[in-house]
Design a binder for this molecule. Structure first.
Ligand SMILES: Nc1ncnc2c1ncn2[C@@H]1O[C@H](COP(=O)(O)OP(=O)(O)O)[C@@H](O)[C@H]1O
Ligand SMILES: [Mg+2]
Length: 420
């Protein structure tokens, strides 16, 4: 690795191995036994036999990268890619199995809900203790105290032990402490997945402020819009390894297109807040549901639910090909102005007079967003098959090897008489 002399974070050949042994086998056996099928139980025992040698799982392997002071770096990847493991090692909650991580600065971290705070201590006591752990003087902490409490909105529960907090309160206070106690390095894991859209916006605003103050941030998120807005660079993890380390837009594109996974036709993965898209389906001209189309009018419908009426909500859908390329995007922000407030429940539909995709299988990502923040983003929300059909009404279509899209067009001959 090329050494970066002024790096504030150096991650060098980092690996974390978990041993999965009898415990996991027992779990599978029990689950199959509960399901009640003796045959499957026997299969499970053969495949994952009790007493089989312990399995190793490398949650992280050969991970190296460096971060300069003031950089805001996103860490993205599918579920299980190793993002949380990386942040846990950086914040010294877990030891790496191999390699090393060096952080040259005071670290504030907000990892999953439940880490960082002592459940028996009150909100007040946890704030004071977090400050002490960060090496701050009492006067410094006192100066920030009211700001933290106001940001988290936990005034009434300051003297209640944190174990009685809702997960939302826990996260709000955790974020407020991590962001206000002036860390030189801020590690944030998935904070935006919990809490409402309003709090998400507040967190993003605060992180932007911390970033502009010249602090270094490592930000794990499924919220690709937030990563693109906030980060200059992002590291894409896939199965524990660095799949790509690039500018944020390139990294986000590699992830949302499914390049870092199985070509994108796996189960959906999503980032959502309290609200979101519940189901997605396709309808043909007479409103009948369909899964395959060719050149006919296509309506894509999404059933959504949000906590209350909203305005300024926008919708987006992108079709991806098997190779992971985004092929076409339909976004309400480009083509429509909503005049009505959105009711808390409804179905939003987008009609395409003639879908221009060539025969093949396509994956659809859908999103619901407001003021530049995803309310929901479902990667792999639906799959659509475009079947060979009479797109040009001539009975002929080009071979699949020639195109991904089919577009209406016409041909003319101009003969100006002198052969030019
Ligand atoms: N304490 C643990 N024991 C065993 N396996 C773990 C443990 N923590 C994480 N893993 C496994 O390590 C892999 C990476 O997990 P994680 O870092 O949580 O991924 P991500 O945050 O990207 O979803 C997953 O396969 C997960 O099941
Ligand atoms: Mg995680």
């Amino acid at each position: 690795m090329r050494a970066m002399p002024d790096a504030i974070i150096t991650v060098d050949g980092l690996g974390k191995r978990y041993r999965l042994g009898g415990r996991r086998a027992a779990y599978f056996t029990l689950r199959d036994a509960v399901a009640g099928t003796a045959g499957r139980l026997a299969g499970a025992l053969r495949g994952r036999g009790l007493g089989a040698p312990a399995e190793d799982l490398w949650a992280l392997r050969d991970v190296s990268f460096e971060v300069r002071p003031g950089e805001v770096v996103g860490v993205i990847g599918r579920n299980g890619a190793g993002k949380s493991t990386l942040l846990r090692i950086l914040s010294r909650i877990t030891e790496p199995t191999e390699g090393r991580a060096v952080l040259r600065g005071r670290v504030g971290s907000l990892l999953e809900v439940g880490t960082g705070f002592h459940p028996e201590l009150t909100g007040r006591e946890n704030i004071l203790m977090s400050g002490a752990i960060l090496g701050m003087r009492r006067a410094e902490i006192a100066r920030r105290f009211d700001e933290i409490v106001a940001f988290a909105g936990v005034e009434k529960f300051l003297d209640t032990p944190c174990k009685h907090y809702s997960s939302g309160m826990y996260v709000r206070l955790g974020f407020a402490v991590a962001a206000h106690l002036d860390p030189e390095i801020l590690l944030v894991d998935e904070v935006l997945a919990v809490g409402d859209a309003e709090f998400q916006r507040k967190c993003l605003g605060k992180m932007g402020e911390v970033a502009r103050g010249g602090r270094t941030i490592l930000f794990v998120s499924h919220n690709m819009m937030a990563v693109e807005n906030l980060c200059s660079r992002a590291v894409v993890l896939s199965e524990g390894r660095v799949f790509l380390d690039a500018d944020a837009a390139t990294a986000v594109r590699a992830h949302t297109s499914g390049e870092d996974g199985d070509g994108g036709l796996g189960p959906p993965s999503r980032c959502r807040s309290a609200a979101g898209v519940d189901s997605v389906w396709f309808e043909g001209p007479q409103g009948r549901e369909l899964t395959a189309v060719c050149g006919d009018p296509l309506t894509i419908c999404m059933r959504y639910e949000i906590p209350g009426e909203e305005d300024r909500v926008d919708w987006g859908m992108t079709f991806y090909g098997i190779s992971g390329d985004p092929l076409v995007h339909f976004g309400s922000m480009y083509t429509c102005v909503w005049e009505k407030r959105l009711p808390p429940k409804g179905v939003i539909c987008c009609t395409i007079p003639r879908l221009p995709l060539a025969p093949g299988r396509y994956r659809l990502n859908v999103s619901m967003h407001k003021d530049g923040v995803y309310i929901d983003h479902v990667v792999g929300a639906a799959t659509l098959d475009v079947v060979p059909g009479d797109f040009y009404k001539t009975g002929r279509i080009p071979p699949a090897s020639d195109c991904r899209v089919q577009v209406d067009h016409s041909w003319q001959l101009r003969d100006d008489g002198d052969g030019r």
